[in-house]
Design a protein around this ligand. Structure first.
Ligand code: CP
Length: 324
């Protein structure tokens, strides 16, 4: 177990050692047990988390806010549009000033080419840790909750096959952050990671290279498949969700037009039957129901999406208690 994490930013799990991530998971399971039996765990009494959102959220906001209350502190909700950011507050000013009011700053900024740099600029200026609530590259707290869920449902993740797949959605061009964080973390933990996606929906090459390197070190594996059905075969974990064609075009309408070729990339009962009998279906939510995944699958016996959403709370409480 690695302690001494006070003051550490969490922008991507790739910047934390495996021992440090093991510590987060260990504490997350402990906090989940404490919550279940009503054992108080006010580790952050009187502390404030400043939460700054540039983009909408249901689960992330609610779980960070509930988590801070359960840890004895307070979460301060801020939306960029109701701040003075559009009138000139810089990332340095946000880091300097919010860092003097709070014990941690959590940010969601998913704009392509902007979000990650913004969070890092705030972190550079801040005296307190910055926690990434999702940028255009990474969604580390989602993926910690996902790994916790995989361990709960499947046991030791080493040697298990996870299909990290593109699926079609019509609602909007979603960031690459979930599949990118997922291939990075699953390869750290010795999983056989299969990235399934059409040729226009590539992930960032430097992240794919990191995932390949991770897999070598952990004795897991990493492969890329372009056939949607093939991705399901023999999978223990099916994690199929949409993302935009950001590396093919920066134009959202063009990305949506490209995606039109793949409207049949929907997770349905026939495809789930290609996976192992006891495979689990995961999705970070929100899902485009009956477009990205059928009701039969997301509400069916393989689906663990509600436990997965719950684990956001426990994983984030662990990160906050360790870093703030
Ligand atoms: N999965 C996730 O991050 O959900 P929200 O966008 O609702 O926060």
């Amino acid at each position: 177990m690695q302690t001494g994490l006070k003051g550490r930013d969490l922008i991507t799990t790739q910047e934390w050692t495996k021992d440090e991530i093991d510590t987060v998971l260990d504490l997350a399971f402990d906090l989940k047990r404490k919550q279940a039996v009503g054992e108080p765990h006010a580790y952050l009494r009187d502390k404030v988390l400043a939460m700054l959102f540039f983009f909408s959220s249901t689960r992330t906001r609610a779980s960070f806010e509930a988590g801070m209350a359960q840890l004895g502190g307070h979460a301060m909700f801020m939306e960029s549009r109701t701040t003075q950011i559009s009138h000139g507050d810089t990332a340095t000013e946000i880091g300097e000033i919010l860092g003097r009011y709070s014990a941690g700053i959590a940010i969601r900024q998913v704009d392509w080419g902007i979000g990650n740099a913004y969070e890092r600029a705030v972190a550079e200026a801040s005296r307190v840790p910055v926690l990434n609530m999702q940028c255009e590259m990474y969604h580390p707290h989602q993926i910690l909750a996902d790994l916790m869920t995989i361990i709960e449902k499947k046991g030791d993740p080493r040697g298990k096959t996870i299909n990290v797949s593109y699926a079609y959605a019509s609602s909007y061009q979603k960031p690459l952050s979930v599949p990118q964080s997922l291939i990075l973390l699953a390869t750290r933990f010795g999983m056989n990671v299969r990235l399934t996606r059409p040729p226009e929906f590539k992930l960032m090459p430097e992240i794919v290279a990191q995932a390949e390197e991770n897999a070598k070190r952990s004795k897991g594996s990493f492969e890329i498949v372009e056939d949607f059905d093939e991705g399901f075969r023999g999978a223990d974990v099916v994690y199929a969700k949409s993302w935009g064609a950001m590396l093919t075009t920066h134009d959202a309408e063009e990305s949506a037009r490209i995606a039109q070729q793949y409207t049949d990339w929907i997770t349905d009962e026939r495809r789930m039957a290609l996976a192992n009998d006891d495979a689990i279906y995961m999705h970070p939510l929100p899902a485009d129901r009956n477009i990205e995944v059928t009701d039969g699958v997301i509400d069916g016996p393989h689906s663990v999406v509600f436990d997965q959403a719950e684990n956001r709370l426990h994983a984030q409480k662990a990160v906050m208690a360790l870093t703030m």
